[in-house]
Design a protein around this ligand. Structure first.
Ligand SMILES: Cc1cc2nc3c(=O)[nH]c(=O)nc-3n(C[C@H](O)[C@H](O)[C@H](O)COP(=O)(O)OP(=O)(O)OC[C@H]3O[C@@H](n4cnc5c(N)ncnc54)[C@H](O)[C@@H]3O)c2cc1C
Ligand SMILES: *[C@@H]1O[C@H](CO)[C@@H](O)[C@H](O)[C@H]1NC(C)=O
Ligand SMILES: *[C@@H]1O[C@H](CO)[C@@H](O)[C@H](O)[C@H]1NC(C)=O
Ligand SMILES: *[C@@H]1O[C@H](CO)[C@@H](O)[C@H](O)[C@H]1NC(C)=O
Ligand SMILES: *[C@@H]1O[C@H](CO)[C@@H](O)[C@H](O)[C@H]1NC(C)=O
Ligand SMILES: *[C@@H]1O[C@H](CO)[C@@H](O)[C@H](O)[C@H]1NC(C)=O
Ligand SMILES: *[C@@H]1O[C@H](CO)[C@@H](O)[C@H](O)[C@H]1NC(C)=O
Length: 536
């Protein structure tokens, strides 16, 4: 035993030395390659390259990390971070990374649930688009160009500066980046009326593996299809999106109504499942469930019914009385406001803050360790299924856990499954997201919390979509399957690929084969090339 152990130790040290040496070498050559890359503007790349010895390296890396699970001392860190200002900086990073055998992780808003935009198990470079945040809103033509490093909060803000009756159907949390969010789908309270963010993209700029800057016309309809729901990271670096803006009324109505188990929450949720996807498409009511305490100090479950209605309160009350009286909504629960103020309300800014808070990329609640998972529901969950869910919230790990139901229907039913890579359309009543978060460091806390959510996920198997059990790319979950570090067969990748993309997975692989046959742009859940054997 002893001998074996010490032998292993020596081998490990020897390996460590040799990799360190060759990596340092690679890294110097790589940086030199960046500096030598020809550029035709006055922006020198040497102002935006951060090596590990640079005093700003850690603050730049940590700036947009949302999940502390991937920001520990043992999390792999990039050799170099590049924060491009112009196209040529991205081109140089793509070309030089290939030359020196480094992977690229492109980061826009840094919200990836599994940290794939800033962590890799192989030597890598982070291409952080923090400086590419220009937004140009053309209110007259109802379009906008948005650079991929801009957040959805910055986009909503820019639209509101130009018009009170234009909006965009994307996510709820302002610091989410448009680069990852639009390429993975992207939804919020306008989804039932207008679909996903990706459904409203009409042009894009992407830089491919050869360093070519392409737009919709030059990339062709296959690649343009793939990056609207198939994820950007498998295909290149998305530089900007052109989007179609949508109409919103000058007055919308919001409410947030809590109901505990003692207030018949189970029954109300049961009724919600029968109506939520059939309501007027201007009305979206989602449910956030979590642990709460009753007045006498007992634990209970609270379901918060959270809603945006595209119209005035009077009409909303009459709609609710007709379709969903069980909630007992009254006028006093509701507030009329502008669409942009509803964005602040849904993001939790309810103290009369100015819309400027949308420009703040620091989350008010701070960041934590978290693990989330997702499901789709095609048949209502019976009461007994809901009742079996509640005890999970009384376990220790569930202190700040949540289960969220988001209704589909409306526009989502009208778009065909193959229109974009995102296949979860007609037939889905609602989408579930589960989340658990914690503040305690260390593996033990992490394992305990992750086990809790995996047990919850196992419990729900009976009640959710099957064959395959569907998932949502933007709620990335590496539990559902991963690629090998190197060559992954199409068949192996199909295990997770069909869950995200169903029958669209094969077309995604064909597009990948055409645009990046050697599989340079790869990660734990990137689309496989059908020809490449990659790195063995
Ligand atoms: C707090 C929070 C709230 C959220 N709320 C919502 C919500 O309301 N609705 C919703 O649909 N989703 C929501 N999400 C999920 C979110 O949509 C995804 O995490 C999305 O991928 C984030 O995009 P990003 O640019 O911020 O992330 P990043 O971590 O920067 O990127 C995510 C993935 O996209 C790739 N990528 C990023 N930029 C580019 C680019 N320019 N070119 C090519 N590839 C790129 C990355 O490499 C990575 O694989 C939320 C996530 C969090 C953490
Ligand atoms: C670079 O800077 C010079 C001098 O300021 C200017 O004349 C030139 O137009 C600039 N070139 C580009 C491509 O911006
Ligand atoms: C860190 O890198 C930035 C960007 O390249 C550079 O401007 C800065 O001078 C560097 N700082 C140090 C201390 O090397
Ligand atoms: C709207 O589009 C038309 C046609 O493309 C263009 O000529 C016009 O300048 C655009 N309007 C604005 C305000 O940019
Ligand atoms: C719950 O439902 C019961 C039976 O329908 C009803 O009598 C009771 O008033 C309801 N409780 C609340 C708090 O609404
Ligand atoms: C609250 O808890 C107490 C003690 O555990 C129990 O006797 C009581 O019935 C509970 N009340 C409710 C409303 O469940
Ligand atoms: C951004 O938000 C954070 C957290 O709420 C806050 O501490 C900070 O002051 C804000 N920054 C600005 C510029 O408003």
């Amino acid at each position: 035993m002893m001998a074996l152990n010490s032998c292993f130790t020596i081998v490990a040290i020897a390996l460590l030395f040799s990799t360190t040496f060759s990596l340092a070498d690679t890294h110097e050559n790589f940086v030199q390659c960046l500096y030598n890359y020809p550029y035709n503007t006055n922006s020198s790349i040497s102002n935006v390259v951060y090596t590990r010895t640079n005093s700003s390296y850690s603050s730049i890396l940590d700036f947009s990390i949302q999940n502390l699970r991937f920001a520990t001392d043992t999390s792999p860190k990039p050799l170099v971070i590049v924060t491009p200002l112009v196209v040529s900086h991205i081109q140089a990073t793509i070309i030089c990374s290939q030359r020196y055998g480094l992977q690229i992780r492109t980061r826009s808003g840094g919200h990836d649930y599994e940290g794939l935009s800033y962590v890799a198990e192989v030597p890598f470079v982070v291409l952080d688009l923090i400086n590419l945040r220009k937004i140009n809103v053309d209110a007259e033509n109802r379009t906008a160009w948005v650079q991929a490093g801009a957040t959805i909060g910055e986009l909503y803000y820019s639209i509101s500066q130009k018009s009170k009756t234009l909006g965009f159907p994307a996510g709820v949390c302002p610091p989410v980046g448009t680069g990852g969010h639009f390429s993975g789908g992207g939804y919020g309270f306008l989804m039932r009326k207008y679909g996903l963010a990706a459904d409203n993209v009409i042009d894009a700029q992407i830089i491919d593996v050869k360093g070519n800057l392409l737009d919709r016309k030059t990339m062709g309809e296959d690649l343009f299809w793939a990056i609207r729901g198939g994820g950007g990271a498998s295909f290149g670096v998305i530089m900007a999106w052109k989007i179609k803006l949508v109409s919103v009324p000058s007055t919308v109505t919001v409410f947030r109504v809590p109901r505990t188990l003692e207030q018949n929450a189970t029954k109300i949720i049961q009724k919600w499942q029968l109506v939520a996807n059939k309501l007027d498409e201007g009305l979206t009511i989602r449910i956030n469930m979590g642990r709460a305490t009753t007045q006498n100090g007992n634990l209970t479950v609270q379901a918060q019914f959270e809603s945006l209605y595209l119209g005035g309160v009077h009409q909303l009350i009459s709609l609710m009385q007709k379709s969903f009286p069980e909630l007992g909504l009254v006028r006093e629960d509701c507030t009329e406001m502008s669409w942009i103020d509803s964005i602040l309300y849904m993001a939790g800014f309810t103290n009369g803050q100015s819309t400027d808070v949308l420009l703040n990329r620091t989350q008010a609640s701070g960041v934590s360790f978290f693990k989330n998972k997702a499901d789709y529901v095609r048949d209502p969950i019976p009461v007994v299924g809901l009742q079996g869910l509640w005890p999970f919230f009384f376990e220790d790990e569930a202190q700040s856990a949540f289960v969220q139901f988001t209704p589909y229907g409306g526009r989502m039913d009208e778009i065909s499954e193959s229109e974009t890579p995102f296949p979860h359309r007609a037939g889905n009543i609602f989408h579930i997201q589960y989340g658990v978060s914690w503040q305690e460091e260390g593996d033990e806390a992490s394992q305990r919390n992750i086990n809790w959510i995996r047990r919850l996920y196992n419990y729900l198997e009976t009640y959710v979509s099957k064959s395959p059990r569907a998932a949502y790319l933007n709620y990335r979950d590496l539990d559902i399957g991963v690629n090998n570090n190197g060559y992954t067969s199409y068949r192996q990748a199909s295990i997770w690929g069909r869950k995200y993309f169903n029958n669209n997975f094969h077309r995604l692989a064909r597009v990948k084969t055409k645009v990046d046959p050697k599989n340079f742009f790869r990660n734990e859940q990137s689309i496989p090339s059908l020809v490449s054997k990659g790195r063995k």
